[in-house]
Design a protein around this ligand. Sequence first.
Ligand code: SF4
Ligand code: SF4
Length: 431
Amino acid sequence: MVAFETQLDGPALADLDRCVHCGLCLNACPTYRTLGLEMDSPRGRVYQMVQVTTGAMPLGPSYVEHIGLCLACRGCESACPSGVQYGRMVEAAREQIETHVKRPWRVRLVRRMVYGRLLESRFLLTVAGTLLYLYQASGIRKLVRAMGFLHLLGRLGDLELLAPSAEPPFFFGKIGKTFPAEGARRGRVAFLAGCIANISFARLNEATVRVLQRNGCEVVIPEGQGCCGALHVHAGLREKARRMARRNIDAIPAGEYDAIITNAAGCGSTLKEYGELLSGDPVYAERARQFAAKVKDITEFLAARELNRGMGRVEEVVAYQDSCHLAHGQRVRAAPRQLLKCVPGLTLRELPAADICCGSAGVYNVVQNAMAMQLLERKMAAVNATGARIIATANPGCMLQLQAGAQLHGTGQRVMHVVEILDQAYRAEPR
Ligand code: SF4
Ligand code: SF4
């Protein structure tokens, strides 16, 4: 049983008041496009936030449901002509729910384990990654899939498809090391390797380092770094996220690097908001602002430089799916497309509604699986129509979702990060 109470905190009224209820954001909202319900539109959610924040409506199950069904994709923010900061408001609403709603004990236990322990601990992530690897390598996963057992599990079967793979050797072994620039050094950057990505996207992280080296960067992977806190922010656990932000700020002195690089759009969006996250902390506020100013998505960083064109051909048709936290959260849309167009032999096909969320949205596809799967099915129909053999994107979470989409509704497409395609092009060039 979930317990509720009424309270007045949550999103700032000054933020909420910016919404003039024009409705220009409705068509940009994946849940509104799917359900056609005002309560599941940005405008409807803003209205509910105002009601709860002013005490006109209790913080009850209906509010929890409609705020919970929001992907926090921020598509509405890009569409809004009044500059409504929807992402910030929904995060505050989730913090409000987190503070005042008592969840069932099993949910609390899982959340405590994942957000309070697993994501913060290199040791626990390594243990989890090793167990996952044994499940995959022992053939149990193949057997389970081949026997069609997943279909019997219904939604649980979908969740198994979304589970990340373990990729030993894990990237944790590279943390604390420095990788020299290839050719003349044109810069020195710090690379943030993420948390789960060290286990499940170890090859992507290695490709990122190689591409940076090929582009004249000395790449430092600072010891002491950890999870950025993005998943915590999205779950309404801002205090925990602040702890993680402080840890990364201590580990990575911003003044020593030209840029702090991430290859995960979801992480980048939060890392760029460290200044805001720690604005009330007298010790860290200024350092957080300096840190955030140095954060760059890998595609944004590379596209702003003179790219090393020493690439071999990649004869592929590629469709690019925007990652919401890159397109809407960071307003980076042109850079990944620009990089893909630089790859010899590659044909880039524009995907209709490429900036509508695929349903990944952090752990949304796990906790709101039914809606996530509807969005994915629609997304894959659009991908299939392009005839592309590769789906490119810029965020590991989107990659997992699209990989599941390719298996369930696709035509055998491969899902790759933009930086992996660049890496393939560099490796194809005879040296
Ligand atoms: S969020 Fe922006 S676009 Fe949407 S209804 Fe409010 S003012 Fe209009
Ligand atoms: S963040 Fe995304 S899902 Fe939520 S209201 Fe805005 S567009 Fe809709």
